[in-house]
Design a protein around this ligand. Structure first.
Ligand code: SF4
Length: 488
């Protein structure tokens, strides 16, 4: 490589929106070092995998990618390979053993050091690693080692130029027995509201219309400001609500026990806050919830749903469920089906239990539900949810909804026929809406009359269009964006 030749970076991301945001930040900092993105891993000078440890499948995917690169590394020893994020934090020694050709292992809290680690490997020719401390050290030391990593961002890594995530807290203090997050993301720490507000203003200036506030338990957000005032999530929503250019604010993921009345009041009263709550229940059976250490009962969860609907009329709620948790009897599973039948969730994300070494659940319980039973329960619960969603979505037929246009629908992306395309966007209750229109509408707020519905989608016809920002702002955002070389 000659000195003037740009260095090429390939990055592949697995996992949740936190990881997608981490990748955006990593790309932002490496671009400042002169890197450009490439979508070809074998063309890159630095190949990075930003990993997830929540399920075995996500880890297998990374080991298989690393195995694929073994021969490439042998013939191109100057190419650097790095494993970042949750798997790096949890399994540094295992990665070294299974993939000795990896040069950099960098945990979740240390991503800001990546440019320095790359330089170190180039200088010394030796592999390196940077990891946050584990919880055996003092809380202060552990917190400091998980320092958040937010100032550098890269618009080209976002799902769309009009949408961005903002991390408002890191870590988790809940310790559900199946979950690896507290070990790999560290203790719960909330960012100062002034930093968050400044980041939202910067994103709005770059053309973002929709902001999603991220936290593992986002509604546990709590920050004591210098003047002694305590900010909760509701206060934060009020603080950023009037940021010029921001049209919609969402927040994920909520912990059921922390769904406070003042937060629900804020969701109801602030018009730009999406009337949508993602609140994972995980199970409809108290025995299972106790073994999961979820800190609430099904009765509490049902009350929380009723309170949310009472306070925020029309609010849409979605959930997560784990099926096949150790000891989940057929009766326990039926209780979960009952909850899904009764709750009227907009949708549910359903996962089969996967034991994770390093979690309490892995130490305490045998993985005693056979794989075919997990699979059957997954399908059965999905069928219950889909039927419920289909019934509930019918209430939108004949209604008018406001939609932020996200771009061509999946079907339109596959087709190259000329003329109006099928576009997609989300309503203020986070329902997916599909309609015909011109791609120029992307990033605009429009009104759509809903004519048909399915379990997952509302189909409609455009009525009006509000211009947000204007063509000049939209065009400059489009220009700053490159194609997304990220596999998620
Ligand atoms: S609340 Fe439970 S499931 Fe969610 S991140 Fe924390 S430990 Fe994991």
């Amino acid at each position: 490589m000659t000195p003037n030749q740009a260095k090429k970076l390939y990055i592949e991301t697995v996992g949740c929106q936190m990881n997608v945001l981490d990748s955006e930040l990593v790309v932002g900092s490496l671009r400042r070092q002169g890197y450009v993105l490439t979508s070809e891993e074998t063309d890159a000078d630095v190949i990075l995998f930003n990993t997830c440890s929540v399920r075995q499948h996500a880890e297998d995917k990374i080991y298989s990618a690393l195995g694929r690169l073994r021969r490439h590394k042998r013939s191109h020893p100057e190419t650097l390979i790095g494993v970042l994020g949750c798997m790096a934090q949890k399994d540094q020694e295992l990665i070294r053993r299974r993939a000795p050709h990896v040069d950099i292992v960098c945990g979740t809290g240390q991503l800001a050091r990546l440019p320095e680690l790359i330089d170190e490997v180039r200088r010394t020719g030796k592999p390196t690693m940077a990891l946050s401390l584990d919880r055996t050290e003092s809380r202060h030391e552990v917190e400091a080692s998980f320092e958040s990593y937010d100032p550098l961002r890269d618009p080209s890594m976002r799902p769309s130029p009009f949408q961005a995530s903002v991390r408002i807290m890191i870590g988790c203090d809940k310790f559900c027995t199946y979950c690896i997050v507290p070990s790999v993301r560290g203790p719960e720490q909330s960012r100062p509201p002034a930093h968050i507000a400044a980041e939202v203003r910067q994103l709005a200036a770059e053309g973002c219309k929709e902001i999603t506030l991220l936290g593992q338990t986002v509604n546990s957000y709590k920050h004591q400001a210098g003047d002694g005032r305590q900010y909760r999530l509701g206060d934060l929503l009020a603080l950023i609500h009037d940021t010029q250019g921001i049209e919609r604010i969402k927040f994920i993921t909520n912990f059921p026990r922390d769904m406070s009345d003042d937060l629900l009041d804020a969701v109801r009263d602030l018009p730009r806050v999406s009337k949508y709550l993602h609140v994972p229940a995980q199970s409809g059976c108290n025995d299972v919830l106790r073994r999961m250490k979820r800190l609430y009962t099904v009765e509490f969860y049902r009350d929380m749903l009723a309170r949310s609907r009472d306070k925020v009329p029309g609010v849409a709620i979605s959930s997560d469920f784990i099926v096949g948790f150790p000891g989940e009897s057929e009766e326990s599973f039926q209780r979960t089906c009952d909850l899904v039948r009764d709750a009227g969730f907009k949708n549910s994300y359903i996962f089969k239990y996967s034991p994770r070494p390093g979690t309490k659940g892995h130490e305490m319980f045998a993985d005693d539900i056979p794989e075919e039973v997990k699979r059957r329960r997954n399908n059965d619960l999905l069928a219950v949810q889909n039927q419920r969603s289909q019934e509930d979505n019918r209430r939108f037929q004949g209604q008018r909804v406001r939609v932020l246009v996200e771009g061509p629908s999946k079907t339109a992306l596959k087709s190259d026929s000329p003329g109006p395309r099928q576009l997609t966007g989300r309503s203020c209750t986070d329902h997916i809406v599909v309609f015909d229109g011109n791609e120029r509408r992307t990033g605009r707020m429009i009104e759509v009359d809903i004519e048909e519905t399915s379990a997952l989608t509302l189909f409609g016809r455009v009525v009006t269009e509000e211009r947000i920002g204007g063509d000049v702002a939209a065009a400059s955002v489009r220009e700053s964006r490159v194609s997304l070389p990220v596999v998620i």
